[in-house]
Design a protein around this ligand. Sequence first.
Ligand code: SF4
Length: 469
Amino acid sequence: MENLSPQFKARSAAAAADRALQAKLSASKALFVEGRKRAVAEIDFEATREAGKTIRGGCAADLDLWLERFEDEATRRGGRVLWARDGAEICRLVAGIARRHGVGKAIKSKSMLSEEAGLNAALAAAGVQPVETDLGEYILQINGDERPSHIIAPAIHKTKEEVAELFARRHGRPRKTEIGEMTREAREVLRGHFLTADMGISGGNFLVAETGSVALVTNEGNGRMVTTLPRVHVVITGIEKVIPTLEDLATLMRLLPRSATGQSISNYFSLLTGTRRPDDGDGPQHLYFILVDNGRAGVLGGDFEDMLRCIRCGACMNHCPVYQTVGGHAFGWVYPGPMGSVLTPLLLGLEQAPDLPHACTQCGQCAAVCPVKIPLPGLLRQLREEQTARGLRPRQERAALGLWAWLALRPRLYGLAAAIAARVLGRLGGGEGRIHRLAFAAAWTGGRDLPAPPGRTFRERYRAGRRER
Ligand code: SF4
């Protein structure tokens, strides 16, 4: 997928002015946030979070061992494990598998890695028709390969009415407005694809090393069709998704649906192990796992390794005031919200996402809800520090911070400068106490007023208060 993260400022400014988008986001926020609150109250969430953090942290620390074990077990059960360095290699491997098995149509269940690689375009170029089967992804695909805007609810930026229009136009059927009727229509259209596809492509929520299995969490049931009906199944997932045991999976499954959709358990949970055996009613004859690095190995063992614990639940974005204002498209690549603001610079390079580490108010809500305790605000601060140290921030910003640091080390001078600034800005605020336009803070005053300081600094007021007392 093309990276539009460098345009974050322009895209977020446009999104912030889109009232309709914010109405859609706030409706879904209520659903996710309230649902999560109820679901986490059912268990000892803090203890389970701690256990989840330990499991995922241990996986990252011994990733090579667990990946080897997974490869052995999956191979023993008829699967084939392939390794991809980057998106181009994913596309080349999947196209090669399609060619080998004479595939004309591939049905897909959600895989973030296929988004990272831009797999649909590569499949089409290889003569394979890709069909998205997650309802949200399907909606975006028939709307001209639109980008997802949320990791678990990709079409969250669309209203029911917009989808009704789209279905009527693309399905050539009378317009329906009742959600049950619309989903039935999508199911009828997709059913034909399920029954005629040669290959199924899915992601994986977790890979279980001790059994060589892939665990899939879905709410629509399409994941089961994708993974069991076609004769070839390809799982594409990041190397960090491996966990040691089924017991670990049970712990993480207490966290994932609760954090993602506020469900105690998802509608469907599949644990897929090996190819079809002679007495199986269904299942693929050929099973491939494509395990992808695409920048992850570079994160291992470094300051940002905590990020590899992520289980892609989306809770951080559901609670993020920035995401809730600008939506997912503004972030410009596969992963939006707080986790995307950390992950995109790590996977693509800080130069490729210069403003994402700053798309954060440091309110800390994301870290408070993250089911595996990833310190997202701290990681964002570290990325900012790295940017400054590598000279990647604008010259004026670095000069201003340099001046501030110089002053901060000289308390008397700092006090004097603050007193002058407070008086000048206080005067600019006039009787209203608000500054409408300020040249060196145009990015702020272009969209809203700046509250003017009251004319005296805190220290001056504090000293005056003590004298009065
Ligand atoms: S960073 Fe935490 S809250 Fe955000 S998607 Fe990952 S696991 Fe979920």
